[in-house]
Write a protein that binds this ligand. Structure first.
Ligand code: GDP
Length: 331
């Protein structure tokens, strides 16, 4: 059976559909600033990096070793850390930094460059026709919450998002998405647990387009213990989308949990290798002391971080701004 949640203004549902009227949420508190959200990262391991520049201003061998240790501890990964320290040492060799502040400014510039080189952080959605956003990631990373946040974010931007519950493996996943659809006041399409996700997506896109959606956000399964099956399923869903709407999906967003740090990076490589990913959503930055993983991700995956999750509420999402992010780390 087809389940359908909609705004009161939507046309009548198709035969066999179940209709649940819903009102938009009125909880609209402001999202925390990036500086507030990065409190744990800044106060934790990244604070140690910052303090080094502000307390030990002799740029001797001990300084560079200490910087390397602290960047590794801040979760930037061995590769990025080595590149950064080598570059700073080389610059200092050519023209010694006059102060700790100047060395810190050089590090900040290099960090911004890493994020900048990973690509455009904005969402790229077509103006004509329905934009399709496929949301993928391992269970527990915050995928479903991200779909809800994205919905609110796009609604605020004047778009008309509809949702498709593509994780048919868990009944709870369909129910959870339905709750978010109700709270944000948008239609959701889903079928009974156990249905073929590709069929759900195929039918859902047809129904959403017929009802005037300009953006369709698709939630997917994320049980990684059956990795090969999951990747095959996601590839099939992707092929169905491509066949249904030429040029789609317009965004395939991989959701990563910042708390998992370098493990998340390993996880990401699996998805990027199998399913085309256009950008990343990094969740739980508010509860992570490992925000430095952002740099490892950008450098190793060469994929832009498009959005960051900064809390559990639907409004706790922000577009990723590399400059602001680096500024907040050193605030
Ligand atoms: P899924 O299994 O990947 O769909 O994950 P869920 O969306 O169900 O989220 C898992 C848990 O992470 C829930 O308790 C969410 O409230 C929480 N969560 C999701 N995003 C964030 C975030 O940005 N910050 C915090 N602190 N918690 C989050």
């Amino acid at each position: 059976m087809f389940r359908f949640f909609r705004r009161a203004t939507a046309p009548d549902p198709q035969p066999g559909s179940q209709l649940v009227e819903s009102a938009p949420s009125n909880a609209d508190a402001a999202a925390p600033t990036i500086t507030e959200s990065l409190g744990k990262t800044r106060g934790g391991f990244f604070g140690a990096v910052r303090n080094l520049f502000r307390t030990q201003v002799t740029l001797d061998e001990a300084f560079w070793e200490s910087l390397e240790e602290r960047l590794i501890a801040a979760d930037l990964g061995a590769h990025v850390t080595a590149d950064l320290v080598d570059e700073l040492r080389a610059r200092n060799g050519r023209r010694p930094f006059a102060s700790g502040d100047e060395a810190e400014a050089a590090l900040r510039e290099l960090l911004e460059a890493i994020l900048g080189s990973a690509g455009d952080p904005g969402l790229t959605l077509p103006v004509d026709g329905a934009a399709i956003i496929l949301v993928i990631g391992v269970n527990g990373t915050g995928k479903t919450t991200t779909v809800a946040k994205l919905t609110k974010y796009l609604l605020d931007g004047g778009r008309k998002p509809h949702l498709i519950a593509g994780d048919t493996f868990r009944a709870a996943a369909i129910d959870q998405l339905a709750v978010w659809a109700e709270r944000t006041g948008v239609p959701m399409y889903g079928q009974v647990p156990g249905s073929d996700p590709a069929a759900v997506v195929f039918d859902g896109i047809g129904a959403a387009v017929a009802r005037g959606a300009d953006t369709i956000i698709i939630d997917t399964a994320g049980r990684l213990h059956t990795k090969a099956n999951l990747m095959a399923e996601l590839e099939k869903v992707r092929r169905i989308i491509e066949r249904r709407v030429p040029g789609a999906p317009h965004e395939t967003l991989l959701v990563l949990d910042a708390v998992t740090g370098q493990n998340g990076l390993m996880q990401a490589k699996t998805f990027v290798g199998s399913v085309g990913v256009t950008g990343l959503v990094l969740t739980k930055l508010d509860s992570s002391a490992k925000g430095g993983v952002v740099f490892a991700i950008a450098e190793e995956l060469k994929l832009p971080i498009k959005l960051i999750g900064t809390g559990e509420r639907v409004e706790d999402v922000q577009p990723f701004d590399p400059q602001e992010f680096v500024r907040a780390l050193f605030a």
